[in-house]
Write a protein that binds this ligand. Structure first.
Ligand SMILES: Cc1cc2nc3c(=O)[nH]c(=O)nc-3n(C[C@H](O)[C@H](O)[C@H](O)COP(=O)(O)OP(=O)(O)OC[C@H]3O[C@@H](n4cnc5c(N)ncnc54)[C@H](O)[C@@H]3O)c2cc1C
Length: 527
């Protein structure tokens, strides 16, 4: 433990008062805390304990007790991030597991908002709203079975609903945030004691706490807007023979904002997911094109164009994009589908829409993907860049992989790519790295046991692990060279070190005001 200069007796100063407030069962020490203090990538330090408050008042009291004792306080939502966000950098830490705060506080249909406690998962929220024919604009990341509304606001998340409605933070109306001294700050209309129906009332305080990685406070309650579900659905999938073609189609599609959600994968990540292009599936696509075109003439014209471009692209498909489209009726959904097909048809070839149809049916899959298909270890990285930088970034990445090919082969490291547009102006380029290595404490706590048992296991592989860490560093530098930003900053990506002096001093001043002892998730955002 670092020497803070303070006399410290964990039992007296921290654990006994916490047990008095939370009950002994909700103060977790010993081996039981290890799966919670480890992320899918690693563990840094081991906190003294994990506290699991079940009410907002208990959360506030937990934070107050810890900071008064000079103990760092780190929030954990669903624990699905992989950028050291909730990992302790000092052993003198308390991990606060917010997942016990999982209530849906109010679904207010008249005023069109829903208030949840920060530990509510996206899956639980969707189930409750589906039953009423309602939704939030952003509906959660693919990890929403376990990941929480609070986690997605604290580091930004993208996926379900992002095509039409943007990222997580664009779906916030108001937040109640527990500050380092245990006080609760409300934002937006709630800042004047009104209902939490509106975000924009003076400076955007909700925005201040979005993407803060828990370094400025712990979100306790979050209010999001409600929309009526659009019942009609269409799905579209295309294959592209180059990154340039994929990016061209995604950029053009984003400019028209036609889809509710979309995602793209390279061939490595698509393996096993995309149906083979045999004669039967081509016929199925042709029928689907005719069925969903505005009229037979347009349908036949589309088929003729697809025929010309299709075979060549399909032989060398390296990338796949999947769009999920919604409409208030079939007419709206089909019109959007037709337009998207026109756009993508200029760049690639249509393939069966099995993947987006499956994703529609199961938006929040169990955590199979936190290990590779052969049980390898997995860690993703990402950067968000402007469209003009994306093709050059891809070329530079291909060169970097070529330069690293020998070392990657030696250590058994493989890679994949996943892509989404961020509004019309940004492009998210995610890299997944895989390597053979032993599982850590996190994996058995989230991967379904029968699936885990079916996978090969590997012995500890320290050289490969060290190499992956070094490669991650090079990839992060490459993102930086193209001016990329990052959603999940955690402690893995540069933030403080990358900022110009003026924004940095403003952020530091805010941090000092809200967290004078520097105990809220130390190291997060580089602060
Ligand atoms: C299989 C899988 C699929 C994924 N798919 C996506 C995807 O589609 N899109 C995407 O963007 N990401 C995705 N992710 C990454 C991750 O799941 C998301 O970013 C998710 O939003 C993390 O939420 P969480 O509740 O698990 O947060 P955690 O991992 O628990 O925490 C994340 C950060 O937020 C802080 N934090 C958590 N709760 C609070 C709180 N209440 N107050 C203050 N700070 C808090 C933590 O300290 C940490 O810094 C995926 C991950 C996995 C494993």
């Amino acid at each position: 433990m670092p020497d803070t200069g303070l006399p410290f007796e964990p039992d007296a100063a921290l654990l006994a008062p916490l047990r008095a407030v939370l009950g002994a069962d909700n103060v977790i020490t010993g081996a039981a805390r290890l799966p919670l203090v480890t992320d899918v990538y690693r563990r840094i330090e081991t906190p003294i304990a994990v506290a699991r408050p079940k009410t907002v008042e208990a959360l506030a009291e937990t934070v107050r007790i810890a900071t008064e004792a000079g103990v760092a306080v780190i929030a954990r939502g669903g624990g699905a991030s992989y950028t050291d966000g909730y990992l302790a950098t000092t052993a003198r830490s308390l991990l606060v597991d917010v997942s016990g705060l999982d209530r849906i506080v109010e679904i207010n249909e008249t005023d069109a908002y829903v208030t949840v406690e920060a530990g509510c998962t996206w899956a639980a929220l969707k189930t409750a709203l589906d039953a009423r024919g309602l939704r939030t604009p952003f509906q959660g990341p693919f990890s929403g079975l376990l990941s929480t509304v609070g986690g997605a606001m604290s580091q930004y998340a993208i996926s379900h609903g992002s095509g039409a409605h943007g990222i997580s933070a664009q779906s916030v109306l108001s937040m109640d945030v527990v500050l380092a001294d245990g006080a609760i700050l409300s934002t937006g209309s709630a800042a004047r004691g009104a209902q939490p129906f509106g975000r924009f009332y003076g400076p955007d305080l909700a925005g201040l706490f979005c993407g803060d990685a828990g370094a400025l406070g712990i979100k306790a309650r979050i209010t999001l807007p409600l929309l009526k579900i659009k019942p009609a659905f269409q799905a579209l999938s295309f294959a592209f023979e180059s990154f340039a073609a994929l990016h061209g189609a995604m950029r053009a599609a984003a400019l028209e904002g036609l889809d509710d959600s979309h995602f793209a994968l390279d061939a490595a990540l698509s393996q096993g997911q995309v149906a083979r292009q045999d004669g039967a599936s081509k016929l199925a696509i042709a029928l689907k094109v005719l069925e969903t075109s505005p009229n037979l003439f347009k349908g036949l014209a589309t088929l003729a164009r697809m025929g010309a471009a299709g075979d060549r692209a399909l032989k060398a498909s390296a990338f796949y994009c999947h769009w999920l489209i919604e409409g208030c009726d079939d007419g709206e959904a089909k019109a959007k589908l037709h337009r998207l097909r026109e756009i993508a048809g200029g760049f690639g070839a249509e393939i069966p829409n099995t993947v987006p149809t499956v994703v529609r049916g199961m938006p929040f899959a169990p955590f199979y993907n936190v290990l590779g298909p052969k049980g390898e270890r997995w860690v993703p990285l990402h950067g968000v860049m402007s469209h003009s930088k994306a093709p050059a970034f891809h070329e530079a990445l291909v060169k970097l992989y070529a330069a690293e090919a020998e070392a990657m082969a030696r250590h058994g490291v493989t890679h994949g790519g996943m892509f989404e547009t961020v509004g019309s102006s940004g492009f998210l380029y995610e890299i997944a790295l895989y390597w053979p290595d032993t599982r850590n404490d996190y994996h058995p706590s989230v991967v379904p046991a029968d699936y885990l048992a079916s996978l090969p296991a590997y012995p500890e592989n320290l050289p490969a692990r060290a190499y992956v860490h070094e490669l991650k560093g090079k990839l992060i530098d490459l993102y930086g060279a193209f001016g990329a930003t990052h959603f999940q900053l955690g402690k893995a990506y540069p933030y403080a070190s990358a900022l110009s002096p003026e924004p940095l001093s403003a952020v530091r001043a805010l941090k000092a005001r809200l967290d004078p002892k520097g105990l809220m998730n130390p190291g997060a955002l580089g602060l």
